[in-house]
Design a protein around this ligand. Structure first.
Ligand SMILES: Nc1ncnc2c1ncn2[C@@H]1O[C@H](COP(=O)(O)OP(=O)(O)OP(=O)(O)O)[C@@H](O)[C@H]1O
Ligand SMILES: Cc1cn([C@H]2C[C@H](O)[C@@H](COP(=O)(O)O)O2)c(=O)[nH]c1=O
Length: 217
């Protein structure tokens, strides 16, 4: 069995971080393969530095195309430093966000253009595509309210965008789900956290039964 590349996507406040914190140990318990959990932007020394810059609300004047390029640069470095070595060693990589985020946030949210953002990312990734993607779906209103409740005024540069920006992001994600139905599995993330974790585990272990065994107590 080779390495397996799984990503988790969703609008801000969908619950990716909360879900991953519970899903990762559960998947690890169900698999004999080594697993790593990582995130974008970031995941490595250089990419985390770029993350600090991109998300810092002090840089509100950042140009939209510069933003696309910074996300792509962080991604490139993350692939070289972390993702590719792990996959080449046969590991399972669970990654919080990847190219789909750039398509949704920069392509649609910032209106830079889906095709343009896809092309830049093709250069950055040399075509590396996740084997499987979980998309946690939540309406923008609910997502933003969750973020406000948990982080108050400590929201980052992207989270602080208005409702219409986040609605464009969600709409683009829903289109991605439609267009990539073999890869992207949508989960309704408005339900309770435990339910979302259970559905996520079930989706992955059903798609890859040779990698994950359901543990019977
Ligand atoms: N299913 C859920 N139901 C209700 N609240 C939830 C659910 N999932 C997460 N939350 C809460 O919503 C807030 C945001 O969750 P979390 O940080 O996991 O989201 P996220 O998708 O990682 O956000 P971001 O992409 O902005 O980092 C937290 O306070 C978390 O406890
Ligand atoms: C990878 C990626 C991310 N974003 C946005 C989405 C979020 O608002 C932040 C990352 O924060 P998180 O708490 O780690 O989810 O960045 C983006 O706009 N484009 C991207 O490619």
């Amino acid at each position: 069995m080779d390495g397996l590349f799984i990503t988790i996507e969703g609008p801000d406040g969908a619950g990716k971080t909360s879900v991953l914190n519970e899903l990762f140990p559960r998947l690890q318990f169900a698999s004999e393969k080594e697993m790593i959990k990582t995130r974008e932007p970031g995941g490595g020394k250089i990419a985390e530095k770029i993350r600090d810059l991109i998300l810092d609300p002090a840089y509100g004047e950042m140009d939209d195309r510069s933003e696309v390029l910074l996300y792509a640069a962080a991604r490139r470095q993350h692939i070289v430093d972390v993702i590719s070595p792990a996959l080449n060693n046969g590991k399972i990589v669970l990654c919080d966000r990847f190219v789909d985020s750039s398509i949704a946030y920069q392509g649609a949210g910032r209106r830079v253009g889906i095709e343009e953002v896809a092309q830049i990312n093709q250069f950055a990734t040399e075509g590396l595509t996740p084997d499987f993607t979980l998309y946690l779906d939540v309406d923008s209103d609910t997502g933003l309210k969750r973020i406000q409740r948990s982080r108050g005024y400590q929201v980052d540069r992207l989270e602080s965008e208005g409702l219409e920006f986040h609605q464009r992001v969600r709409h683009a994600y829903l289109k991605l789900v439609e267009q990539n139905s073999a890869r992207v599995h949508k989960i309704d993330a408005r339900t309770g956290l435990q339910d979302v974790v259970d559905q996520s585990f079930s989706a992955i272990s059903t798609a890859y039964p040779d990698y994950f065994k359901e543990m019977v107590e």
